[in-house]
Write a protein that binds this ligand. Structure first.
Ligand SMILES: CC(C)(COP(=O)(O)OP(=O)(O)OC[C@H]1O[C@@H](n2cnc3c(N)ncnc32)[C@H](O)[C@@H]1OP(=O)(O)O)[C@@H](O)C(=O)NCCC(=O)NCCS
Length: 154
């Protein structure tokens, strides 16, 4: 497995994985393109041993206050359960930490056990539950990982 920055050419397969992962809630191609434009350094893909892209993660950071977000994480259903999601999340955290993020935020559906397992194992804590965070009448947990020590010690 190899993790690298996404390229423009990767966006079609990323959109396929996004659709398989989020169905009606997936980002349309134009949103992925815009996220690529504003977030390229935090837009990563994971390739399997045949160099086929099977997963991606997208983050961003507000460099004024150091608050970062994990915006999307998806792994192709055929590649799940092999730590790809965890490795993508770890790599994004590393990049954000290196860029002096003070905290990383994300939202996750409370029933999404595999995603929550990854986030909790990597130090994210649930800070709030919202009944209608995305205006879709679905609950979401807001989770945060504090990184403030690194910023002040840097
Ligand atoms: C969430 C997702 C990215 C995980 O990717 P993955 O590569 O399969 O994840 P990993 O293999 O790295 O880790 C999954 C962990 O969840 C655990 N897990 C799986 N099903 C579980 C369940 N029902 N209950 C608890 N833990 C579960 C696995 O055992 C594993 O933990 P371990 O490494 O300690 O054994 C993938 O399932 C996905 O794309 N889902 C749809 C999109 C999504 O939900 N994205 C996250 C939105 S916030």
């Amino acid at each position: 497995m190899n993790i690298r920055n996404a390229t423009l050419e990767d966006l079609t397969i990323i959109h396929e994985i996004e659709t398989l992962s989020f169905a009606d809630d997936s980002y349309p191609p134009f949103v992925l393109r815009q996220l690529f434009d504003i977030s390229h350094e935090y837009f990563l893909v994971a390739e399997d041993d045949d160099k086929k892209i099977m997963g991606y993660v997208i983050g961003n950071i507000n460099k004024n206050n150091g608050r970062a977000w994990l915006l999307s994480l998806g792994v192709h259903p055929d590649a799940r359960g092999k730590k790809m999601g965890r490795l993508l999340t770890e790599k994004l955290i590393e990049l954000l930490e290196n860029d002096l993020s003070t905290e990383i935020c994300l939202t996750v559906h409370p029933d999404n056990a595999s995603a929550k397992k990854i986030y909790e194992d990597l130090g994210f804590k649930s800070v709030n539950t919202y009944d209608n965070y995305y205006n879709d009448l679905e609950a979401r947990l807001l989770m945060k990982k504090q990184l403030i020590t690194l910023r002040f010690n840097a």
